[in-house]
Ligand binder design. Structure first.
Ligand SMILES: [Zn+2]
Length: 104
């Protein structure tokens, strides 16, 4: 019997965070918050999570900036709110109110 093991990341984009200039391509855009969890897989099924990398990246050239877990957690609520705002018809007022709750 042959077992096929693998080791690969599963990436999850949380949402857009703050707007900043990219040091690589010099575009000023809202960077995207992402986490990458590495799994040991068996027959291509991810089984055991090993490590997680946290980062934000430029949406134009995908230049990455690594974040610590606490930096990631501080940005996570903002990224989720921005994602929600993009997908729904949230009013500016509602957005500002929710933003206040995050920054509290
Ligand atoms: Zn860039």
């Amino acid at each position: 019997m042959i077992f096929i093991f693998g080791y690969h990341p599963i990436n999850k984009t949380i949402g857009p965070v703050e707007e900043k200039e990219c040091p690589n391509c010099h575009n000023t855009k809202h960077w995207l918050l992402e986490k990458s969890t590495y799994y040991i897989s068996l027959f291509f099924l991810p089984l055991i999570p090993t490590k997680t990398d946290y980062f934000q990246y430029c949406p134009v050239c995908r230049f990455k900036e690594l974040l610590t877990r606490s930096e990631f957690e501080r940005r996570e609520a903002l990224a989720q709110l921005n994602n929600e705002a993009l997908r729904s018809n949230m009013s500016e007022e509602e957005y500002q109110q929710k933003l206040k709750n995050i920054n509290r």
